[in-house]
Unconditional design. Structure first.
Length: 213
């Protein structure tokens, strides 16, 4: 698919040790699950590397789920099962190594990093302001996990009037059934495209915009 790099933002959601690496507080220590996450990380790392080689480089935003130490953001009367799980496992707490973004996808100079403490990155960051400032009309999502961070961001972007594209080889859930169910839910509000198709579309659009010499 052809995507205009001048009006597109690429979001990399929650690629953190707590979510997708062995020993993470929110991931099962299951070789099959860890292998699926690793494959997704490697594919996404190649995609990100190729984005960085484009000239000009499109707007690239990394998102990290993070709570202040001792979780003041979760000091409320009723916690969801997921929030309770975060507390019990001390996941996403500021200052912990496993809260960090995985080494393969660390933000580079010129890329943005937003820190959220909600399912949707739109809810607790300045993302909407940033997208408006850069006149973004399309967001391309990748991340973990599909049925939480990616799904929440997709619906928030859709409600904001943005076109939503999901890089279908750059996101994953721990459970395949949840991942596939999320795909069905995403289908009506987004366009699914491989990272290779997206990259080719960006290159074509860049060439079209480039003035002839």
């Amino acid at each position: 698919m052809r995507t205009d790099p001048a009006t597109t933002a690429f979001l990399f959601l929650d690629f953190q040790y707590d979510v997708c690496k062995k020993g993470g507080g929110m991931v099962k220590n299951d070789p099959e699950i860890l292998d699926r996450f690793d494959q997704t990380i490697q594919t996404t790392a190649v995609f990100l590397k190729n984005l960085r080689n484009l000239d000009p480089q499109p707007l690239t935003i990394h998102v990290q789920h993070e709570f202040t130490q001792n979780y003041p953001e979760l000091q409320k009367t009723v916690l969801s099962k997921m929030e309770q799980s975060m507390l019990n496992s001390r996941s996403f707490e500021s200052g912990r190594e496993k809260t960090n973004i995985v080494s393969e996808l660390i933000p580079a100079p010129g890329e943005f990093l937003l820190k959220k403490h909600s399912l949707s990155v739109f809810a607790t960051t300045e993302l909407s302001w940033m997208l408006n400032k850069h006149q973004v009309r399309t967001v391309v999502l990748s991340g973990v996990v599909t049925h939480y961070a990616v799904l929440a961001a997709a619906f928030s972007a859709y409600d904001s009037g943005l076109s939503v594209v999901v890089a279908q080889d750059c996101y994953m859930s721990g459970g395949l059934q949840m991942h596939e169910t999320a795909l069905k839910i995403l289908n009506p509000v987004s366009e699914l495209s491989s990272s290779t198709e997206l990259l080719n579309g960006l290159i074509q659009s860049s060439r079209k915009r480039r003035p002839e010499k």
